[in-house]
Design a protein around this ligand. Structure first.
Ligand SMILES: C[S@@+](CC[C@H](N)C(=O)[O-])C[C@H]1O[C@@H](n2cnc3c(N)ncnc32)[C@H](O)[C@@H]1O
Length: 277
């Protein structure tokens, strides 16, 4: 998947994520998301054929609220997951955080347009230093954000810290499909079609080459589940969506806070139905 058919000028803009240092990776992510908010939602819908909407809905349907009735959306971007959660669960309040203020601006407009400003607030903050006390949220979500954070284990631990005991994390992330046949269809789409569409519509087409690179190098599901275990999540589940190009990972902070059985159980749901209806 590495021979991307892109213009040399695009290719040179961002180095491959493998082989760069953490600080360089973080700087690159900040720059990329500062330059793309204008067409971000439009390109998400187009490039995923609206599957991204269905994936977020699927995640939100799985969420449970039982104590603080407060949901945290980490790396909220333009706030799609935050808005979907507020719509689906009218009893909750939602906080979304992102470290790029330019991504939050369209999110704030969408929240105001939908009359949700009283229930959703957006803050500029870093996923690695969440500005909340321990045990503040029943549920914490991160949609297509964890792949952009080089120290994923630290981010998972930080998200676990702010969950109430018994609360759950919901991670949506794309990965190269495991099935070889489907992979052979998906790879040309990622490497040839997606960069061309991005070049037509995006202010920063090179950002979408980074997208391909970061999806290609995201750990396969078993490795990510193992990282969730290391971060202290029990009762881990994985739902495979759209033939495995996206996964929903769920994990629980044990009822006893830090004293639970970290190994817990692990359940894999192959080919979950991700219809948006
Ligand atoms: C692909 S976008 C996902 C946005 C949104 N969650 C969605 O579902 O469309 C990734 C977002 O992660 C944010 N991000 C990356 N690293 C972050 C960090 N360390 N702290 C906070 N936000 C971060 C970026 O600024 C960007 O808005």
């Amino acid at each position: 998947m590495d021979n991307l058919p892109c213009k040399e000028s695009d290719r040179n803009n961002y180095p491959p994520v493998i082989g760069i240092g953490r600080n360089e990776h973080i700087g690159m992510v900040r720059e990329i998301f500062t330059t793309i908010p204008g067409r971000y939602d439009f390109l998400n819908r187009l490039l995923s054929l609206r599957r991204d909407v269905a994936w977020r809905r699927f995640a939100v349907r799985k969420m449970q609220f039982f104590d603080t009735f407060h949901f945290l959306d980490v790396a909220t971007g333009t706030a799609d997951l935050a808005i979907e959660a507020a719509r689906r669960h009218p009893e909750i309040r939602v906080t979304g955080i992102d470290f790029v203020s330019e991504m939050l601006a369209p999110g704030r407009n969408k929240i105001a347009l939908r009359g949700l400003a009283g229930r959703i607030r957006l803050l500029q903050a870093d996923a690695l230093r969440l500005p909340f006390s321990d045990g503040s949220f029943d549920a914490v979500g991160i949609a297509f954000g964890i792949r952009n954070i080089p120290d994923r284990l630290a981010a998972l631990r930080e998200m676990r810290r702010v969950l109430v005991p018994g609360g759950r994390i919901y991670v949506l992330e794309m990965n190269a499909p495991q099935n070889q046949l489907w992979r052979s269809f998906f790879a040309p789409y990622l490497n040839r079609v997606l960069p061309r569409i991005a070049r037509l519509f995006s202010q920063n087409p090179a950002a979408y080459l980074y997208l391909v690179d970061s999806i290609t190098h995201f750990p396969p599901p078993p490795a990510f589940l193992a990282m969730m275990e290391e971060a202290g999540f029990s009762n881990r589940e994985r739902y495979s969506l759209t033939l495995g190009i996206t996964s929903l990972y769920i994990g629980q902070r044990s009822q006893n806070g830090d004293l639970g059985d970290l190994a817990g159980t692990e359940v894999l749901h192959e080919q979950a139905k991700d219809k948006s209806g």
